[in-house]
Design a protein. Structure first.
Length: 151
């Protein structure tokens, strides 16, 4: 399983903004063979992101004091390299276990979701697809230039 890339950049208002990049296309067909291993990997990556959020800033302060719910990150789903097997029934079944874990144990850490390097059909139909998603998902389509460079 590939490690997520974590980037923290300075936002225009001076606060730090953290991006966690999950490279979906880097997942091989074998990654979906054992749902338990897939969930364990995502939990390891979520814990790593939470550690990063809790790290002290340059001034020695912690981001856990951020109101109202503490620090969050933007989950960047990088779709570069997706193949048909990424959309198979086996893959959907393996990903089903992730839903429960993240809804129950990590619901407050993901502030936004940015989908990058999307397949052409997603970009062409985004206006329709975006209306089918709840507003609270905060999902947008963009590209990697939207997340800037790590300092």
């Amino acid at each position: 399983f590939p490690d997520d890339e974590i980037r923290t950049v300075a936002a225009p208002d001076g606060r730090r903004k953290t991006y966690v990049v999950l490279k979906l296309g880097a997942l091989t067909r074998d990654a979906f063979a054992d749902a338990g291993e897939l969930v364990a990997w995502r939990v390891r990556m979520a814990e790593r992101a939470c550690e990063h959020l809790g790290a002290a800033d340059a001034g020695g302060g912690s981001r856990w004091s951020e109101a109202p719910r503490g620090p969050t990150y933007t989950l960047v789903l990088d779709c570069a390299g997706l193949r048909p097997f990424h959309f198979s029934g086996r893959t959907r079944a393996a990903l089903g276990g992730l839903k429960d874990v993240f809804e129950h144990f990590y619901p407050d850490f993901v502030g936004d979701i940015l989908v990058v390097n999307t397949p052409g059909f997603v970009r062409r139909t985004w206006g329709i697809l975006s209306r089918l998603m709840p507003d609270w998902w905060n999902v947008g389509v963009g590209d990697l230039s939207d997340i800037g460079e790590a300092p």
